[in-house]
Design a protein. Structure first.
Length: 301
């Protein structure tokens, strides 16, 4: 805890640029899910996901503000800098996803059949959802590591990319379980193994960084992360070649979407999503490898 001679409350937690961004996050998040819950409405898995994103991000943001304002974060067994940087990046990705999904599925121009009042509430909720994304992106921009700066790992470009890689992997897993027929060939099963292995290791890297336990490891954390990232590049490169061949080559799959395939339940659509995000994650791991060569961080910040 802080010494008895110091201030009990940290006013910088709400008056600094980052603190103001967090207050706006709390305000916009509360406004968004309140508008939806009061009159806008939501349904199905898409609406439930959006409500989860807004309530989850709101709760964690309130927790962060309260801990920093009262200095309680010094009592937690967390690397606070890593935790806040990782959450800001995750919230940015989740909030932009919800800001796209909600208006796409729930907002319409006309009033029929939901009524003009409900439509207006949904439009207002979509606007505040977009503002929520902007404030989380602003926090990432404000707290990211500057060139040559010694900082927490998750605030570096490499650390932030780890969050994006895990998020993209979740999208791939969602497409895999949506009747992607990945078990049809051993080669596509190899691709699933690649996605799973890289996701698990990435999550472990983030977990060790956030909990501040990297100093307890018997091997150098920084060097091991770079070696793993290089291996992940090679693994994703193999998946980026194998998956399209066994899904879209005429010998194994279909180069075009089958005409009788139902919308939303077509294996070809899931296979296309997986192929696209495989290349996205491959690019992210390549960028991660490039940036990891010049970062400096400390695990306990």
């Amino acid at each position: 805890m802080e010494s008895s001679g110091g201030p009990y409350l940290n006013t910088a937690a709400v008056t600094s640029p980052v603190g103001i961004a967090r207050l706006l996050q709390m305000t916009f998040g509360c406004t968004t899910f309140s508008l939806v819950a009061h009159q806008g409405g939501f349904s199905a898995a898409y609406g439930t996901f959006c409500m989860f994103v807004w309530t989850f991000c709101f709760a964690i943001t309130v927790f962060i503000i309260a801990c920093e304002f009262t200095h309680l974060h010094s009592c937690l067994s967390l690397s606070w800098g890593n935790f806040t940087a990782a959450f800001a990046m995750l919230a940015t990705l989740m909030s932009i996803t919800a800001a796209v999904i909600y208006p796409l599925y729930f907002v319409q121009v006309g009033c029929y059949p939901i009524g003009c009042e409900v439509r207006d509430f949904r439009i207002a909720a979509s606007v505040f959802a977009g503002l929520l994304f902007v404030t989380y992106a602003a926090e990432v921009f404000l707290t990211r590591a500057k060139p040559g700066q010694v900082t927490s790992y998750m605030a570096t470009t490499s650390g932030l990319l780890k969050i994006v890689q895990a998020f993209v992997a979740c999208i791939i897993f969602g497409a895999l379980v949506n009747d992607s027929q990945y078990g049809k060939y051993v080669a596509t099963q190899w691709c699933v193994a690649v996605y799973s292995f890289c996701f698990v290791v990435t999550v472990v890297v983030v977990a060790f960084s956030v909990t501040g336990k990297t100093a307890l490891l018997w091997f150098p954390f920084e060097r091991s992360v770079v070696i793993y990232t290089f291996g992940a590049v090679l693994l994703y490169a193999s998946a980026a070649v194998i998956w399209p061949v066994f899904c879209f080559d005429s010998k194994y799959g279909s180069p075009r979407r089958p005409g009788l395939c139902a919308k939303g339940r077509c294996p070809w659509d899931s296979q296309l999503v997986i192929a696209i995000f495989t290349y996205v994650n491959l690019l992210l791991y390549v960028l991660d490898l490039a940036y990891s060569q010049r970062i400096r961080f400390v695990s306990h910040i």
